[in-house]
Design a protein. Structure first.
Lengths: 432, 165
């Protein structure tokens, strides 16, 4: 009879083996240049890391001069003009006729704004009546601050995403600014398995405002009384929501071969029946100019959406009434096929709008025992042709390889061969 | 390029596959996972001056990675991503390696979020209990208990699956 000890020991050894079998040591995707590029790009877009850090302290009269410096940095750096709302807004409440995301500064409150609205995330704004913990990232939920939130502490975190995705939009009812906490629903941090579960009271309010979906969460150090709710409401009333003329986002932002991407956004006036044109600029195209690739008509609330198959890394923008949106990038993986031929021969082909002739493709075999992909051989694409009328080139090669029967194999076009107009690509798995 | 940027690049080059495996498991998509790795290191590079030297640099990057994966998963979930499958009432992405071991993938999806995270970090990233404690901001005892419960649950599910056959 197997003891509990044996059962567990045997089972866990088996677990170790099975997890190793699904691991991959393939590093053909490794691309430090892309990391550096993204870091630089985010900096220039105004992530305001340093400004946010400097601002992450309670506003007090003797900090006035420093606060002005931070406010100026935000105005210049964000590109959205966050902060103008205080001039444009009457009675201390924000409206949508300003350009910016975030909370207006107020005495005793730390306010931080970061990020830009994009396909995989949104801008985030935080207001707290306690200093933000230095471990917190500006663009993320401030977990460290929430974990140490005192009883009288209040933190409001709001994210802003572009409207236009029907699935997401249906969760965000139309609301006007200022948002009202009475419409917020209590949420349980325990359900989300958050580290501050059990200590912090949380309320969530979703709203569609000015072409953006606003997801606001108010956290209290303890169950809030009427005074705490009133304090939080006053700060929530200082929420500013951007009003760009036309917005655009794409999902997903990385597109596998032969897949469409959903492009969506909204227009400033919020009216239905407005024509929005989507323009694209293909990587490597000469001359490099934007051309119309899709169009859409706005629906209720001014949101629009359409689909597009980029087939190559493409920069997109939306144009409405002569005004262009910010540009977004959709990145593409090439189409790679690995086919088995008679007599231990294989054919590998790569298709795309760019030419892959004389590029090398790696043929990999899955090593079940080690749980890694091993390179069987490197194949030079020696032949080239095209699909008539498609504008796509196809490059291929046939090769012979001795691969044990029952093996899983795949073809990989590494990033170094795919760049600059494609990401690395993989074929479907082939069982020999 | 300063010393810390070089250190981050060294972690990237040395541990890329481990980060990618964990993040494709957490996001449920090879595309999102690979993108999350790049975003993680871009953020680490951008915010490198915020690292205060408390704990290891790699653990700090892992914390960013876990948050990035969560953010991408939520964005995907909000868009009604095709990978959303409910088990135990929660939305859990199917690991991108489901095709290689469907039973294990099914078992992993039945775990609680924290258990799943620790399992991925332990088995894919080879993090020790001390490193896991650092990344998850819990004590080593909690790590040991959580991993033990997770392993036990996985073994039971996998054995039940074998028994059904």
């Amino acid at each position: 009879m197997t003891s509990e000890f044996d059962r567990r020991t045997t089972g866990e050894g088996d677990l170790d083996r099975r997890f190793r079998a699904v691991r991959s040591d393939d590093t053909s995707d490794l691309d430090w240049d892309d990391v550096s590029g993204r870091a630089d790009e985010a900096s220039t877009r105004g992530y305001l890391r340093s400004a946010g850090r400097r601002q992450a302290r309670p506003w007090r009269p003797f900090h006035l001069g420093w606060g002005l410096v931070v406010a100026a940095a935000l105005l210049v750096g964000s590109g959205f003009g966050f902060g103008l709302g205080s001039r444009e807004t009457s009675s201390g409440s924000a409206t949508t006729n300003v350009v910016g995301f975030g909370f207006l500064p107020a005495k005793g409150w730390t306010v931080v704004q970061s990020g830009t609205v994009g396909p995989t995330g949104g801008a985030r704004a935080i207001a707290a009546n306690v200093p933000l913990h230095p471990d917190d990232e500006v663009g993320d939920v401030p977990y460290a601050t929430l974990e140490s939130l005192p009883a009288r502490g209040i933190l409001i975190s709001a994210t802003f995403t572009t409207r236009g995705d029907p699935t997401a939009d249906m969760r965000f009812p139309d609301r006007k600014l200022p948002l009202r906490l009475v419409g917020a629903k209590p949420v349980s941090p325990a359900k989300e398995a958050l580290p501050f579960a059990g200590r912090v009271a949380a309320y969530r309010l979703r709203a569609a405002v000015g072409g953006y979906n606003v997801d606001a969460n108010a956290y209290f150090g303890t169950v809030p009384d009427s005074e705490a709710m009133a304090l939080a409401q006053r700060q929530l009333s200082r929420l500013v929501v951007a009003s760009e003329r036309v917005t655009i986002a794409a999902r997903p932002s990385i597109v596998p071969a032969n897949q469409r991407v959903t492009i969506f956004g909204s227009v400033e006036n919020g009216q239905a029946g407005e024509l929005v044109t989507v323009e694209g600029k293909d990587c490597g195209a000469t001359p490099a100019f934007f051309r119309e690739v899709a169009s859409a008509t706005t629906g209720e609330g001014g949101s629009w959406s359409t689909e597009y198959m980029p087939r190559i890394n493409t920069t997109l923008r939306a144009v409405w009434k002569g005004t262009a949106s910010a540009q977004i990038m959709v990145r593409q993986r090439p189409h790679i096929a690995l086919v088995r031929l008679p007599s231990k021969r294989f054919r590998v082909q790569v298709a795309g709008k760019a030419q892959f002739w004389r590029k090398r493709v790696l043929i990999q075999r899955f090593e079940r025992r080690l749980g890694t992909w091993k390179i069987v051989r490197s194949v030079l694409l020696t032949e080239s042709g095209g699909y008539p009328g498609s504008g796509e080139a196809v490059s291929w090669a046939e090769f012979r390889a001795r691969i044990p029967s029952g093996s899983l194999v795949r073809a990989v076009l590494p990033r170094r061969a795919a760049r600059p107009c494609y990401l690395a690509g993989y074929s479907k798995l082939l069982q020999t | 390029v300063d010393e810390r940027a070089r250190a981050i690049e060294a972690v990237y080059r040395e541990r890329y596959a481990r980060f990618r495996d964990v993040l494709i498991s957490l996001t449920g998509s090879r595309e999102l996972g690979a993108d999350a790795v790049q975003e993680t290191f871009a953020q680490a590079l951008r915010d490198r001056h915020a690292f205060r030297g408390e704990g290891s640099l790699e653990a700090w990057i892992w914390r960013i990675a876990v948050r990035t994966a969560g953010r991408q998963r939520r964005a995907q979930s909000a868009s009604g991503g095709s990978h959303d499958v409910s088990t135990n009432g929660t939305v859990v992405p199917a690991p991108a390696w489901s095709d290689l071991d469907p039973d294990l993938a099914h078992a992993v999806r039945s775990l609680a979020p924290r258990q799943r995270l620790m399992i991925f970090l332990h088995y894919f990233a080879d993090l020790s209990y001390a490193q896991l404690a650092d990344v998850c901001a819990v004590s080593e005892g909690t790590v040991a208990a959580t991993l033990s419960q997770a392993r036990s649950a996985l073994v039971d599910i996998l054995r039940a699956k074998e028994f059904q056959r």
